[in-house]
Design a protein around this ligand. Structure first.
Ligand code: HEM
Length: 183
């Protein structure tokens, strides 16, 4: 899968992320979050609506985050235009519901990148909260005549799945950093 930013997700992540992926059973994770072909079908109906809003959502995300000095300190070291675009692609990929090995590597790789960028976990979770509430608001407002409840449940399932994988990467990375020989 190659998106607008030109990133090839199959080859994006190196051996550290491959090592994290080897510890995870993606099918088990999908079961735990209740993700089935029905989830994909529900999201297929709202993807055309939501994808039009991803630029707006991710722009508002950075405006919101900049209110917090600990986020601003992280952003000061990066090109936020580039990050916004990457994040936009990430949400598109997630809502497209292709839960394969490339997705697993990408979800873990994004968590891994934030761990190493020293993003505080609670701020990171607040980011997921910001985006999911905006997605749900947009579905309620713009999916008139569609099954809003089913679409909302499916959005929640895939966002929570993604967040769980990012958190797993944070936790495994912190265990690795604390391990022997890391003095
Ligand atoms: C909803 C939560 C978030 C998502 C889905 C997300 C998504 C992404 C993605 C897709 C990348 C590109 C990773 C890569 O390809 O290298 C990225 C990078 C980055 N994000 Fe986020 N982000 C989130 C929250 C945050 C927050 C809250 C901050 C800071 C306060 C942040 C700061 C960064 C930084 C500094 C990078 C660059 C990491 C590096 O390459 O060194 N992100 N983000």
């Amino acid at each position: 899968m190659t998106l607008d930013s030109g990133v090839n997700w199959e080859t994006r992540w190196g051996p550290e992320v491959q090592m994290l992926a080897a510890k995870i059973d993606l099918n088990q994770r999908l079961l735990r979050f209740g993700i089935t072909p029905v989830t994909r079908d529900n999201l297929r109906h709202v993807l055309p609506i939501l994808s039009q809003h991803l630029v707006g959502i991710t722009s508002r995300f950075y405006e919101f985050m900049r209110r917090f000095p600990e986020a601003q300190r992280v952003f000061d070291r990066h090109d936020t235009d580039r990050l916004r675009k990457r994040q936009q692609d990430h949400w598109y990929g997630l809502l497209a519901c292709e839960f394969d090995q490339a997705y697993l590597l990408n979800a873990l790789g994004v968590g891994h990148a934030h761990y190493h960028a020293k993003v505080p976990p609670s701020l990171y979770m607040a980011g997921y909260n910001f985006v999911v509430t905006d997605l749900l608001r947009l579905v309620a407002m713009e999916f008139k005549g569609g099954d809003i409840a089913a679409a909302s449940a499916s959005i929640s399932r895939v966002v929570m799945l993604d967040m769980s994988l990012a958190l797993t990467a944070f936790m495994l990375d912190s265990l690795i950093s604390a391990g022997p020989g890391q003095d």
